[in-house]
Design a protein around this ligand. Sequence first.
Ligand code: HEM
Length: 417
Amino acid sequence: MNQALKSPAIPDPYSIPLESIDMSDSSLYEAGAHWDYFARLRKEAPVHYCANSQFGPYWSVTKYEDIMAVDVNFELFSSFPSIVIGDNQDDLELENFISMDPPKHDGQRKAVVGAVSPSNLMKIEPLIRQRVQDILDSLPVGETFDWVDRVSIELTTQMLATLFDFPFEKRRKLTYWSDMTTASPGVAGDDSVSEEERKAALTDCLNEFTVLWNERVNKDPSENFDFITMMAHAEATRNMKPMEFLGNLVLLIVGGNDTTRNSISGGVLALNRNPAEYDKLRADPSVIPKMVSEIIRYQTPLMHMRRLATADTVLNGQHIKKNDKVVMWYISGNRDGDKIENPDQFIIDRKNPRNHLSFGFGIHRCMGNRLGEMQLRILWEEIMLRFSMVEVVEEPTLLKSNFVAGITRMPVRLHPL
Ligand code: HEM
């Protein structure tokens, strides 16, 4: 498989003035053309100012160490009011703890973190394995089908339904709400969905979950570890306003959905594009835990997180003003050769494979990172017991977004052992 071809409409990054580079342009990612742009920025302008974009002016931070410096300094770089480049444009004023600073952030995170604690993960591991086995055993061997729909979406959606204790038969609604949250022209540059459709979907989401909330208020929180029961009983979350409840719902839905989904698809694609690595995996499946981290680095499912400077400051020689938007491009930091050896290569038995930025750092470091890794590990263990190859048979379709590194369709064919 070749890398996705660049669209003719997208210029070579070295043919345009440095100041015209705008990494918020979602068509770069849809065409898979962003890599060379980031390479130029890392070399020539690691902290780069874009004065004009669809989302207003913003700084791009593209080197690993500079990203870390921003991520760990929540006092100087605030997550409020949003962690994506585009500000919320609809009248749904969603609030959630990824877009908050301490102390409010800390209380709300603490309210739900138990659902993904190591002890809870150990409890749900057999269930995840069973669901993975069922999904894999239902696939048509030797026929072409869409891996994204049948495996990546199905598995992560089943997992989310479990974490929310959401009605299993209605689980695809979670997928839909997740897509609607991140798909918005104003927020991530995805123009396939109107603001009206997005608003209607999120209102439906709030209504469905309000019914569940009202049931769970009466449940015993020491016996029910789903996100809703936890929020309904914790001091920091039990009196949330509707838009705060909705905000935290969609945070948990997107957090556990798009990310793992695209790591599942991205891993299959990376192995197809690097056949020697697939051979290594067949020869020694014990490499799977390391490979999972490498997949998450290589895919970088959430490409950026945005902050707002709370005071004038200097970052790698650049003068950032109070209230400037500062965007940390994890997807670029993960390809920084000063920090990661051979960063553009996919190496499944890499040394220090967890040394990547895909889960962020600091107080907002991904809450579900161990769960995401566990799902991927189990999936690959079960794939290797069944199939000698998951072959990608057509170029995948990439998502038009500057936030989620997404694969929306990827036809594959399974080869039995
Ligand atoms: C491969 C899988 C995943 C990736 C790459 C990923 C990535 C991220 C990133 C980049 C952040 C923000 C970090 C920062 O700002 O410094 C984050 C935060 C978060 N993630 Fe994940 N995530 C994944 C899986 C999950 C799962 C399975 C859940 C479970 C529900 C989850 C829930 C969250 C939550 C709630 C936050 C907000 C944490 C806070 O603000 O304190 N994530 N994730």
